[in-house]
Ligand binder design. Structure first.
Ligand code: ADP
Ligand code: MG
Length: 260
């Protein structure tokens, strides 16, 4: 992680790097909600991977940082952004209008995978800090009858437009989308992105290689400027550097060596 540390020193600018920003080495030291911690344990995630250790504390810092995370495929980038996402949304549905988080991915199959990871992780979340039964088998209900569990919506090609409309009407807290379809819903169905606080560009290298740049710029122009922006990628193509300059504010860069 030598390059990551270098960049971190440079981008941090003033002041010392806190222990929290370097990562305490455990999920327990990250100040996560107890039921979220329990959910990680139940699913066999015992210790954070390097990319998780180096990004999650900054993503949860006060004020939260924008982050660019670069690490090889299979290094655990999905949890690096879904853990803070769930925590920052308070883990529960908000009845206020509009999605609060947006995850952009280059392909439908990836969106489905991220949805699965996020939903499972958020299950059993108890904003009160985890009641006695929040993490055990009985406590793992989605709680949808009370309309309280976090709502996730998929916006991807291949879904029928009726279903997409229904999904939007359900007022999801998190939207996982491919850029083309998302822009389509924004334009054709007035999908409102003005409540978005947390945006993730996952597999950003592929997002840009696949020619989504125009749609992405259009989407970005409709997002609030005071949002938190995350960009995760396996590589850093030149086009991505250009984009990062526009879409991110003083991001913390975490770039891990191939082995990490
Ligand atoms: P990437 O997006 O970097 O390619 P993924 O997020 O898809 O990587 O994760 C790769 C695999 O590692 C997945 O099977 C995931 O469940 C597993 N994984 C992620 N984080 C951890 C962790 N902290 N402990 C154990 N396994 C993990
Ligand atoms: Mg990934």
């Amino acid at each position: 992680i030598k390059s990551g540390t270098d960049v971190l020193k440079k981008t941090k600018g003033k002041g010392k790097i806190t222990k929290g920003e370097l990562g305490g080495g455990s999920f327990q030291s990250m100040g996560l909600n107890p039921s979220l911690l329990r959910s990680l344990t139940i699913r066999g995630y015992k210790t954070p991977t390097p990319i998780q250790r180096l990004t999650i504390p900054s993503l949860l810092a006060d004020p939260p940082r924008d982050v660019v995370g670069m690490a090889r495929t299979g290094s655990g980038k999905t949890l690096a952004y879904t853990i803070p996402l769930i925590q920052r949304l308070g883990g529960r549905h908000s009845t206020a209008f509009g999605a609060r988080a947006l995850i952009l991915v280059p392909a439908r199959e990836l969106a489905v995978q991220v949805l699965k990871v996020g939903k499972e992780l958020a299950r059993g979340y108890n904003s009160g800090g985890g009641g006695a039964h929040a993490g055990d088998a009985e406590g793992m209900n989605d709680d949808d009858s009370k309309g309280q569990s976090l709502r996730w919506g998929l916006v991807v090609g291949g879904e029928g437009m009726d279903e997409q409309f229904e999904m939007i009407t359900n007022n999801p807290d998190v939207i996982i989308a491919t850029p083309g379809r998302l822009l389509h819903l924004v334009v054709e169905m007035n999908l409102d992105l003005r409540a978005i606080q947390y945006v993730v560009f996952d597999e950003a290298d592929r997002l840009f290689e696949m020619g989504f740049a125009t749609a992405l710029n259009e989407i970005i122009s409709r997002l609030p400027t005071n949002r938190q922006t995350l960009l995760f990628s396996a590589t850093l193509p030149k086009t991505l550097v250009e984009f990062a300059k526009a879409g991110l504010q003083n991001p913390k860069l975490v770039r891990l060596d191939a082995e990490s």
